[in-house]
Design a binder for this molecule. Structure first.
Ligand code: ASP
Length: 540
């Protein structure tokens, strides 16, 4: 079976398991209760009863029985650390409790911060999460050395500054213009559909209460974002080794470019060993991606099980119009904008193109990280579309870092949606501000899960919408992140193919199955090759 088929099966399996036996499963008994506020556990099943002080700091409990429609009786054990924390907080009665003591209380189900869940489902998610994390770690492990080595080799082999300048200018122009088109589509549709008018007051109160804590942390993360000029100066690393160590992608790209250029200025005798070394390193990283992809089907199953299992269906229902609008707008952008560029610019069949990058798409969807997907995107366009590494090693890392059309579009829709819920009228000038600030915010967002949510705070501030409003959309963020990351990755691959065509390379969609016939191409086959042991000449 082809690798991508196995990944697809893994995804389907993960999603089904998430619905059937995840924490929100309807099949399993909802025998746990979680809450995010303090003093939620009361002494009696009565809204006016005093809180059970010992419940402070405890966030979940086992449901013993359902008292009535509004209350459950819940029991939890406190450990030694919780007991000490409570004594520190001045709770006298905690002194009489032994660590491990069982405490009982009543939890009001009407509170917006309270949620019931299946404890078995949560246990299954916790027990399998490591498989997804291990897979992600294996892929992320190669990102920095791969980007650096392939970029230096790519630039050194270009050997022509004018070509490099032209490629850079065209790529940045394409990135900016597609992002603006994405925002026009998103902002236009959000004005047309008015998703904010579909939300009930009850849902609004519930969402604001449930997610306000999580929203606060996004806002404070966004407040630390440096200014644009600082960001531009920050691209030049003061210490390239620390950029590599910290995985600062823009600095790595800058240093890689400069080093590649410097190598072309040296006599070949001096430059060749460095380029050969990095070329070998690059090849070895590609091989490691293949090794990691061998466990991809299991990894994506575990990742999706966690996401689907942990997303509450009630949140999804409350935000359904908004979520459908975001997905539809992303799809429209992919088909209209990328479809036209691939068809008329790169002169490839768009469906064939999507098929060629399908391993990257599936991975983007399940990991929600364009930067973790980067090694696979690169491999897909090079091996399945014949894009020359000279082009892909420059365009793709840059794209995974700054070109996020999906994120920008999403931010445009989210900003208008939140403004509508707060009944804030946005003028035409405000809408233009959304387009400019979301373009910058998407550039500033890192290619990791949830990054677009943090920089959305900047867009909201720019148009004077309260940042607490982030709480309204947080519940479905992880789910929508999958779709916007997939869009981001299609955008990067589109740019790579068109740029390759403009640079005069022959690109083509590799016929399905051809990667199996030629073991050097595509994701199948490479690992079937015989290992070539490296003989080290001994000095004596
Ligand atoms: N997860 C997205 C990406 O990696 C960024 C975002 O929109 O949060 O491309």
């Amino acid at each position: 079976m082809q690798l991508y088929t196995r990944i697809l099966l893994g995804m389907v399996f993960g999603v089904l398991l998430g619905f059937l036996v995840g924490p929100n499963s309807m099949l399993l008994p909802q025998d746990g209760v979680q809450w995010s506020g303090n003093d939620v556990v009361l002494r009696a099943p009565n809204a006016d009863a005093p809180p059970v002080a010992t419940a402070m700091g405890i966030r979940q409990a086992r449901v013993v029985r359902q008292v009535d429609a509004g209350f459950v009786e819940a029991r939890f054990t406190i450990d030694a650390a919780q007991r000490l924390r409570l004594i520190d907080a001045g709770v006298e009665e905690a002194k009489t409790l032994e660590p491990g003591a069982e405490v009982t209380g009543f939890v009001s189900l009407d509170r917006p911060t309270v949620r019931r869940y299946a404890r078995t489902g949560q246990f299954l998610v916790d027990a399998t999460a490591w498989i997804g994390d291990l897979f992600l770690a294996l892929i992320k492990m190669v990102v920095v050395p791969l980007v650096f080595a392939s970029l230096v080799v790519g630039v050194a082999s270009l050997g022509d500054f004018r070509k490099l300048g032209r490629l850079g200018a065209r790529t940045l122009a394409l990135f900016t213009s597609t992002t603006i088109v994405a925002l026009i589509i998103g902002v236009g549709l959000a004005n047309l559909v008015q998703p904010g008018t579909f939300m009930s007051d009850a849902d609004r109160t519930q969402l604001l209460a449930s997610y306000s804590g999580a929203a606060d942390s996004r806002v404070s993360a966004a407040a630390d974002a440096p200014s644009l000029t600082d960001q531009i100066i920050g691209i030049v690393p003061t210490n390239p080794l620390s950029s590599l160590a910290n995985g600062d992608m823009l600095q790595i790209i800058f240093f890689g470019l400069m080093l590649g250029v410097a190598l072309t200025l040296l006599p070949t005798r001096r430059a060749k060993p460095v380029v050969d070394f990095l070329d070998g390193l690059n090849e070895a990283m590609v091989m490691l991606v293949h090794v990691a992809m061998a466990i991809a089907p299991y990894g994506v199953a575990a990742l999706l099980f966690k996401v689907v299992g942990s997303t509450g269906l009630s949140v999804l229902a409350a935000l359904s119009v908004y979520a459908i609008l975001v997905v539809a707008a992303l799809a429209l952008h992919a088909v209209l904008t990328y479809g036209s560029i691939v068809t008329f610019g790169a002169r490839l069949n768009f469906l064939g193109f999507l098929g060629a990058i399908r391993p990257a798409l599936l991975l983007a969807f399940s990991t929600s990280s364009s930067s973790a997907t980067l090694p696979v995107t690169k491999e897909s366009v090079e091996e399945n579309l014949n894009v020359h590494p000279e082009v892909s090693s420059f365009v793709l890392p840059l794209g995974a870092t700054v070109n996020m059309d999906g994120t920008a579009l999403y931010q445009g829709v989210a900003a208008i949606f939140i403004a509508q819920i707060y009944s804030i009228d946005l003028s035409f000038a405000d809408q233009i501000t959304i387009v400019t600030s979301a373009t910058l915010a998407s550039v500033g967002a890192a290619g990791v899960p949830g990054a677009g949510m943090i920089t959305l705070a900047l867009v909201l501030t720019a148009i004077g919408v309260p940042t607490e409003g982030l709480a309204l959309v947080l519940g479905v963020d992880r789910l929508l992140d999958m779709f916007r990351t997939a869009t981001n990755v299609i955008g990067d691959a589109t740019a790579a193919t068109w740029m390759a065509r403009l640079e005069g390379y022959d690109i083509e969609v590799l016929a399905p199955g051809a990667d199996r016939d030629d073991p050097n191409r595509g994701f199948e086959g490479r690992l079937d090759e015989e290992p070539h042991p490296v003989k080290v000449e001994s000095g004596d």
